[in-house]
Ligand binder design. Structure first.
Ligand code: ADP
Ligand code: MG
Length: 213
């Protein structure tokens, strides 16, 4: 599902980040951990095809990302990935339901209200469909961002620092939501976090591998 070798990334004018070779066994989820600045978000961006592979090989969901053109990478990303970004990027001008429809509409595909309804039901946010993001709690906004990430039935679900700005109780709840969603949707979950609470909670799971950067 996920493997890389000889993978390195250098930002213009920045230091080079080298990633030790790794392969994730089928059916497992992944925690990327390490101090702030160790390269977690960069690796997520590489996995998401948002940064081009400069050096090395990166296989995600049976695709060698370093071989794809930018155009092919865009198509691949849309069909394969769901991302819960660190900043949730919900549109303030739109309701929850409209936020779920937006990516499809922006990409010129039809909205899928049945899928949105199914996800809002599963994530217990159905009654929030007509609210705007500023009317949501942090936890509710994260569920909306999770629902949006799942709209296209991704094979891989990426979450960058999902516990940022959450208290202990909400952190555990968010992890359970992500893991349950991955289970239900049959997709692989990759979480990047430097939060000790997240590391501790995921260490108790026997279906989560970890990479320390
Ligand atoms: P983490 O997510 O683990 O905190 P990042 O992947 O964000 O780490 O960053 C890894 C390193 O790359 C850091 O030294 C950071 O300063 C640098 N970096 C991240 N993004 C950029 C960028 N757009 N331009 C230059 N350097 C960057
Ligand atoms: Mg980061």
């Amino acid at each position: 599902m996920l493997a890389w070798s000889g993978l390195r990334h250098r930002y213009a004018g920045g230091a080079e980040i080298a990633y030790a070779d790794f392969a994730l066994a089928a059916g497992r989820h992944l925690l990327l951990r390490g101090a702030s600045g160790s390269g977690k978000s960069t690796l997520l961006a590489l996995l998401a095809g948002l940064l081009r592979v400069q050096e090395g090989e990166l296989n995600v969901a049976q695709t060698e990302l370093q071989t794809l053109s930018p155009h092919a990478l865009d198509a691949w990303r849309g069909a394969t990935l769901g991302v819960v970004p660190q900043r949730l990027h919900l549109s303030e001008a739109l309701t929850v339901a409209e936020n779920l429809a937006l990516p499809a509409l922006a990409a010129g595909r039809g909205a899928d209200p049945a899928r949105a309804a199914e996800l809002m039901e599963a994530l217990d946010i159905a009654d929030l469909a007509n609210r705007r993001p500023h009317q949501l709690s942090v936890g509710q906004a994260q569920r909306v961002a999770l629902a949006r990430a799942l709209m296209r039935r991704p094979r891989l679900l990426l979450a960058d620092e999902p516990s940022a700005s959450l208290d202990d109780e909400h952190t555990l709840h968010m992890l359970a939501l992500l893991l349950d969603a991955a289970e239900r949707e049959g997709c692989t979950l990759v979480i990047a976090s430097h939060d000790a609470r997240v590391v501790e909670a995921l260490a108790e799971r026997d279906d989560v591998s970890e990479v320390v950067l």
